[in-house]
Design a protein around this ligand. Structure first.
Ligand SMILES: [Cu+2]
Length: 584
């Protein structure tokens, strides 16, 4: 009797079991047990079988093939090899072609067991968009499983920490509704039990959940990034948006200090759409929507992300991707207008976007509607930001969406992101002539109740190019992050103007604060004519003016939340502060 322990991916287990029954001539029983690790181990075992380096089933007890008595006389190596090959062939199902591994909840589709070097084209596959999960009766109730998964990205076969086996699902909800998530942390135990230095990456399998850009409670089981969600356990998250919440494109990602950077760099991110913006603008309401999560793909020689050195050098990016695909194709009809929800889920660097012979017409930044179309030839998008753009297709042809050379103190990564293929019958669509009034009132001088200055700074190694991450320090107000310290105390109801200075000669930084959006008043000494509302903004290096001035209303929510640089290498090394909004 062969006992096969199986996680939620029952189809895969049944397949293996049947093949083994045939090949080895033993009875097989399936037990629902285990996790993504088990499946991954099975994948590794099968890979070893196929390559001929496999050394025995008995040693794998309690992993995938638990056996009480061994396999019996007919379990020949050749039989097992045939079984492995058969499974390997069968496993090249549709999910592989979409660059996604098996998500546990999607039955009826063949998961990617990680057996065979990807039979997936490295690029030029039709754009894949994440699964959509919607609210019903005022609640979006779902689960999110964090686990390792095999992923085929851009011709590379990678083994990464993931949500639901790949790019996180897109969550769609409305203002006033509640997001309820059961977060299942199926990552393996941490290798380190305690951090040697809280501002060095540590405990990479701890996680939590951050709703980036949400105006909501930062405490309790809401958008609380001080929570630790331990491997092997499950947690409830409950986030209620106020009825007047801004409507637009938001996103989620882990925010546990010590592991957030490694997890986001592995692709743990998903979009959240707060629905209902531009409902009365037919040109936008009729446009086909695309969710595009931008990312910088990094991995080590094992196809994994396990060491901070894999992501820290400024040249770490291997290539760029959208929704876990390298240079996918986006189909459009001539004249068609599409709405692209761009989410800058890349962990570290800026991207300067340009679509060959097309304009990117911005209608919202960071989930907050603009009052007029911003027509851009090139669009700079920084880690954490979002931009909703309308794209109107020109004549038939193929057009490249590229990340162009950009100087952020060091060169931003460049390369192809997608190809837009325009073909078929023309569509008579047009861009809106005007946009409705934006949702948030500008903050007037007379509203300001206080001012403060923050300083983003860094120390660098003598030889920057050869420098290792251990030689750097990233600080706010001269200190690295300390979770036991409150750095900024703000009275509930305050309306403040903050000057964020950047004393770092080498890099622009990216200021992000939780819970409340802000208006950008000045950047690099230049007054901002339209004073855009954002939740993430650049703070230029000294040579470019060295400061950004913002205004924010600290209304509705008390509690502790974070401000930090959204270049996540910097955040992880300490460029973060805790803010407490208190009630008198
Ligand atoms: Cu930074």
């Amino acid at each position: 009797m062969l006992n096969v322990y199986c996680s939620v991916q029952v189809e895969w287990c049944t397949l293996i079991a049947n093949e083994f029954q045939k090949a080895a001539g033993v009875k097989v029983s399936i037990t629902q047990k285990g996790s993504g690790e088990t499946i991954a181990q099975a994948g590794a075992d099968m890979q070893a079988l196929v390559s001929g380096s496999w050394s025995g089933i008995m040693g794998k007890e309690q992993r995938f093939f638990g056996t009480g008595r061994g396999l019996g006389p007919r379990a020949s190596r050749r039989g097992l090899l045939q079984a492995g090959l058969a499974i390997g062939t069968l496993a090249l199902g549709p999910r592989i072609a979409r660059g996604q591994s098996g998500g546990g909840h999607q039955h009826g589709q063949m998961p990617d067991p990680g057996l065979i070097k990807a039979a997936v084209a490295a690029s030029d596959q039709p754009l894949w968009e994440p699964e959509v999960r919607r609210s019903a009766n005022g609640v979006l109730s779902t689960s999110l499983r964090c686990a390792y998964a095999w992923r085929d990205i851009g011709g590379m076969h990678l083994y990464l920490r993931s949500y639901e086996g790949g790019v996180g699902p897109t969550l769609r909800m409305k203002p006033g509704e509640t997001l309820k998530i059961r977060l299942i942390n199926d990552l393996p135990p941490n290798r380190d039990l305690a951090p040697s230095n809280p501002s060095y990456p540590h405990q990479l399998n701890h996680t939590n959940f951050h709703f980036h850009g949400a105006h909501c409670s930062p405490g309790g089981i809401a958008d609380n990034v001080m929570r630790s969600m331990l491997p092997g356990r499950s947690y409830d998250i409950e986030i209620t948006l106020p009825p007047d919440h801004t409507r637009g494109t938001y996103w989620y990602h882990p925010h546990h200090h010590g592991s957030a950077d490694m997890q986001v760099a592995s692709g743990m991110a998903g979009a959240i759409i707060v629905e209902g913006d531009f409902a009365d603008v037919p040109e936008i309401a009729q446009a086909r929507e695309r969710v595009l999560l931008l990312s910088e793909v990094v991995f080590d020689a094992y196809g994994m992300v396990e060491d901070f050195g894999t992501l820290f050098p400024e040249t770490a990016t291997r290539f760029l991707a959208i929704n876990g695909q390298r240079r996918p194709t986006i189909d459009m009809r001539p004249g068609e207008v599409q709405r692209w929800r761009l989410v800058a889920s890349q962990y570290q660097n800026d991207m300067l976007l340009e679509l060959d012979r097309h304009r990117l017409n911005v209608i919202a930044y960071d989930g907050i509607q603009l009052g007029a179309l911003h027509e851009m030839r090139q669009l700079l998008i920084e880690p954490g930001q979002r931009a909703d753009v309308l794209v109107q297709a020109g004549g038939p042809g193929t057009y490249e969406l590229n990340a162009l050379p950009n100087d952020q103190g060091h060169p931003s990564p460049t390369g192809p992101l997608a190809r837009v293929v325009v073909a078929g019958e023309p569509l008579a669509m047009k861009l809106p002539a005007a946009l409705p009034r934006p949702p948030l009132e500008p903050i007037r001088d007379s509203e300001i109740t206080g001012r403060r200055t923050l300083v983003f700074g860094a120390t660098e190694p003598q030889n920057n190019v050869a420098g290792h991450w251990q030689e750097y320090t990233f600080t706010v107000d001269g200190k690295v992050f300390d979770p036991s310290r409150i750095d900024q105390r703000v009275r509930l109801g305050a309306v403040e103007e903050w000057t964020i200075r950047n004393t770092h000669e080498h890099d622009d930084h990216v200021f992000h604060i939780h819970t409340n959006p802000f208006q950008v008043v000045e950047m690099g000494g230049q007054p901002q004519a339209d004073r855009p509302w954002r939740d993430t903004v650049t703070v230029p290096r000294m040579a470019k003016g060295g400061s950004t001035v913002i205004r924010s209303r600290f209304l509705d929510y008390t509690g502790v939340f974070m401000l930090h640089c959204h270049m996540m290498n910097h955040e992880e090394m300490g460029m973060m502060q805790a803010v407490e909004v208190y009630k008198d």
